[in-house]
Design a protein. Structure first.
Length: 307
């Protein structure tokens, strides 16, 4: 596998759990994806001549080992499959010092028109270059609990009502500073629309701790172990973005959640983020079962119909 990113975990990458936040993993994944596209011939000049962008629209991640501030990182990968409509790539993020696997990424990208965001087909030269970068898809990089089936697009904002779990995600308006020159929200850094306006680390308001929530234990948190992020439609300048979340399954230690993000005015879905979370002991930094009260509260928000 070829190297497509090298860097370090910066202080700003650390979240409330004391390790590199999952959204920062997404940024590293996006950087590697665009570096691969550039390597295949989709560089800035080529894209400008085509009037196109590389749209990194389907991203699967498995998280393996937490990374702490200062850790040296490297992302290596290659291509799993390539057609004129879609290239699927595979990457591994590792600790460059000790070689520990931190995460795997399976990303699908395509060309999209800069002005309309309609798909474009890729040249044969790009496909041939991609076929020269084929890598194996190891078992540890394949989906475990989050499938890669086609994402449904029939769910509307009205269907989900006001469901919110874990945290309340406020609606927000897409501002000029959020957009590219064509008035589309810039999501090239792999940002999740649901969490785009949240800082990586924030002061938790009163009432968010485990005991105050009724969970009975302040040590417990939920660490994401696997996720899939799928971009359905890119928001535009002036759009109001709203997210609704629910749980699909609650186990002894695991939680399957889904976040659907919508255009508030049209009700159409913009993005789906599915996550598998694991009970995480903030003291021992190991997995733990959800306290009974916490599990009971989580189960109150089960809505499997929104999978």
């Amino acid at each position: 596998m070829q190297t497509f990113y090298e860097g370090r975990v910066e202080p700003a990458d650390i979240d409330n759990l004391g390790h590199m936040n999952m959204r920062v993993y997404g940024r590293k994944s996006a950087i590697a994806t665009y570096a691969l596209a550039d390597h295949l011939g989709l560089d800035g000049a080529k894209l400008a001549s085509l009037g196109a962008i590389v749209q990194n629209h389907d991203n699967h991640t498995r998280f393996y080992r937490e990374q702490l501030e200062g850790a040296a990182l490297v992302v290596k990968g290659g291509v799993l499959s390539a057609t004129p409509d879609l290239i699927t790539a595979y990457f591994e993020l590792s600790n460059a010092t000790n070689g520990d696997l931190a995460a795997t990424f399976t990303n699908s990208f395509r060309l999209a028109d800069t002005k309309t965001r309609m798909p474009q087909r890729m040249d044969d030269s790009v496909i041939q270059a991609a076929l020269g970068c084929i890598v194996d898809w190891p078992d540890h990089g394949r989906p475990r609990s989050v499938d890669l089936d086609p994402v449904r697009t029939d769910i509307t904002l009205a269907d989900m009502g006001d469901k919110q779990v874990m945290m309340h995600l406020e609606p927000y308006e897409v501002l000029a500073e959020d957009c590219d020159e064509h008035g589309y929200m810039d999501v090239s850094d792999g940002t999740s629309l649901a969490f785009a306006k949240l800082p990586i680390k924030f002061e938790r308001p009163k009432g968010v701790k485990g005991k105050e929530r009724g969970w009975g234990d302040d040590r417990v948190a939920i660490a994401t172990m696997e996720s899939r992020q799928y971009l359905i439609e890119t928001p535009k300048l002036g759009d109001t973005i709203v997210t609704r979340s629910t749980h699909l399954d609650v186990g002894r230690k695991t939680l399957h959640s889904v976040h659907w993000t919508f255009n508030q005015d049209t009700g159409r879905p913009l993005m789906m983020v599915g996550q598998i979370g694991l009970g995480f002991d903030l003291v021992t930094r190991k997995s733990m079962e959800f306290p009974p009260k916490m599990r009971e509260m989580l189960e109150q928000n089960l809505h499997k119909e929104f999978a």
